[in-house]
Design a binder for this molecule. Structure first.
Ligand code: AR6
Length: 185
């Protein structure tokens, strides 16, 4: 039997969608970066966002300094077609017994709070934590989608939240998780 596969869900006036692609090719009010707590730049999403957005994003990151794991900070978006970059710090996954679920949830919750306080209407997330930080994608997908769905069920200025998944297997994992999140609603 095929896994249920859902790539779009509506919550009141807001839409949550899943797409496969490169986050810097997405136009949104804010893009979320998969950052580290030193806001020091790196590979993966972080590398691509700083390369595409230019040096002003790093200048702003240096002024902010640090961001604890499980939290997020906001900067401008340089030359990217967005107003803001929200730098969210996922945990490095050890075994799941070191607070990883709460920290991953915190990275999403903090990003959503910054989006609301900056009047963001359209927001794009990558799959935080599931690259260099090795969070298992199906576990991360459930936390990511439950956190965003819970947020969108409450009062929100957001009208569209897009998860930009880099690979087809990651998109499939998120689509299966979204079907389960929706079933439980
Ligand atoms: N667009 C969308 N998703 C992408 C892209 C892209 N252009 N590039 C990679 N991914 P990662 P993390 C996917 O490693 O695990 C950095 O060095 C990737 O396949 O970017 O939170 C930072 O500086 C994976 O599914 O973030 C930190 O030190 C997901 O995005 C550390 O890595 C996240 O992978 C953060 O690690």
């Amino acid at each position: 039997m095929r896994e249920p596969y859902v790539t779009e869900a509506t919550f009141g006036a807001a839409t949550l969608r899943l797409i496969q692609g490169n986050i810097v090719r997405v136009t949104a009010d804010a893009l979320v970066n998969a950052a580290n707590s030193g806001l020091a730049g790196g590979g993966g999403v972080d590398g691509v966002i700083h390369r595409a957005g230019g040096p002003t994003i790093m200048e702003e990151c240096r002024k902010i300094g640090r961001c604890p794991t499980g939290d997020a900070v906001i900067t401008g978006a340089g030359s990217l077609p967005a107003k803001y970059v929200i730098h969210a710090v996922a945990p490095f996954y050890q075994d799941g017994a070191h607070g990883e679920p709460d920290l991953l949830r915190g990275a999403y919750t903090a990003s959503l709070a910054l989006a609301e306080s900056h009047d963001v209407r359209t927001l794009a997330f990558p799959s935080l934590g599931t690259g260099a930080y090795r969070y298992p994608v199906s576990l991360a997908a459930t936390i990511a989608l439950e956190t965003v769905a819970t947020h969108l069920r409450g009062p929100t200025k957001l009208v569209e939240v897009t998860f930009v998944l880099f690979s087809a297997p990651d998109l499939a994992a998120y689509a299966a998780a979204l079907a389960h999140v929706f079933e439980g609603s």
